[in-house]
Design a protein around this ligand. Structure first.
Ligand code: GLN
Length: 377
């Protein structure tokens, strides 16, 4: 392997899903729903396949999808975008992250990331030649401490890579927490790259605030999202980057050499979803809220300390109460011991603050969640 991959293990999601298949476990690990998104959106993709949308789409994405993304940002957040220069379609948010980091980060640039971090951030910061500076979200509620954030800034800091609602903790950053990030970005001339794929999956009183809507932040924020989580099409790999033309242009500059363009037949279907099924994500969140509650109640009954998430489709538990100290060992033993797969959060930390934390997905059929709990019990 090339040195740019030094120390980067295979993604935990592949490892754990393969383990789930091999052991016929209930898979509460990798976050993908077991019910697909709206049938009429699938029909639209089939129609596109059959009516000849099978050759390269334009590099930045088809105009209808870029317009639909711009309309979505306006409808939900009051953000006005020029679909031609301020929206680029990516192959899932994962490509958006890769293209953003490859297109913007210079070797030696420091990137502040929230810890625990999604695994692709670490891999891509390293592949881009950057240096990560983790700032730990402190339990039990995984909050961002403005002083720790401030202390992470050095003369080489150029970026903050944000994620809200946050995977794996389920934290939805508050306006105050985001303002602390914005203050720092404005003071030190930082660019914020923000992964907001769980933007619609928020519960109770929590509200998703895009940091680009804070005063002075639009100009320095690149926002990434996708149809995978909002419309339950994780396998379609259709995402988008939005923001000022300069930052979106950097994504396109790298993306053209990564994938050149994203899948043609899925783009009109996702445009259709955004335009014609704007309420689907809210309905999905309402279903997920009941599943969250069922899973969290069950995990607590089994004897785990549960942090009920404000957003995403993941709940985090502390396994110390069961006498375990190491979440990787716990998650590797669990399929054989109980026939259930979960994700060790330990791997998303540089520090040892996540040694005893395990993530459980609840984007599953209620029956699957019930069976998982029954097995754990
Ligand atoms: N985002 C999903 C999760 O956190 C997994 C995506 C992946 O497997 N790369 O579970």
């Amino acid at each position: 392997l090339a040195h740019r991959l030094d120390g980067i293990p295979p993604t935990i999601f592949t490892t754990m899903s393969a383990l789930a298949t091999r052991t016929q476990s209930v898979n509460l690990g990798q976050g993908f729903p077991d019910v697909d998104g709206p049938p009429e959106v699938i029909a639209r993709a089939v129609h596109a396949l059959e009516s000849g949308a099978n050759q390269y789409a334009p590099g930045p994405g088809i105009p209808a999808l870029r317009q639909a993304v711009a309309a979505h940002q306006l409808r939900h957040y009051g953000i006005e975008l020029d679909p031609d220069s301020q929206v680029v379609v990516t192959t899932g948010c994962t490509e958006g992250i890769a293209a953003a980091l490859l297109g913007l980060v210079n070797p030696g640039d420091e990137v502040i990331v929230l810890e625990p971090y999604y695994d692709s951030y670490v891999a891509m910061i390293q592949m881009a030649g950057g240096v990560r500076r983790p700032v730990t979200l402190r339990g039990p509620d995984f909050r961002l401490d403005p002083d720790e954030l401030r202390a992470a800034v050095t003369p080489r800091t150029r970026f903050v890579l944000l994620n809200t609602p946050h995977n794996p903790t389920g934290t939805v950053l508050t306006r105050e927490e985001l303002q602390a990030v914005a203050d720092l970005a404005l003071e030190h001339d930082l660019v914020v790259i923000t992964d907001e794929v769980y933007e619609h999956l928020v519960y109770d009183e929590s509200e998703h605030v895009p940091i680009s809507t804070l005063p002075g932040m639009f100009e320095r924020t690149l926002t990434l999202s996708s149809a995978g989580k909002s419309y339950s099409f994780t396998g379609w790999k259709v995402g988008w980057a939005t923001g000022p033309a300069e930052l979106v242009g950097a994504v396109l500059a790298a993306k053209q050499w990564l994938t050149f363009t994203s899948g043609s037949p899925l783009q009109p279907a996702v445009a259709h979803a955004l335009d014609e099924a704007p309420d689907f994500p809210t309905a999905l969140a309402a279903e997920l809220r009941a599943k969250r509650d069922r899973l969290c109640t069950g995990l607590a009954l089994v004897g785990l300390d549960v942090r009920v998430p404000e957003g995403t489709y993941f709940a985090t538990t502390d396994i110390s109460s069961l006498g375990w100290a190491n979440s990787t060992e716990f998650c590797l033993a669990l399929p054989d011991r109980a026939g259930v797969v979960a994700i060790p959060t330990q791997g998303f930390y540089d520090s040892d603050a996540g040694m005893h934390l395990v993530r459980w997905a609840f984007c599953k059929d209620m029956d699957v969640i019930e069976e998982g709990i029954r097995r754990l019990a």
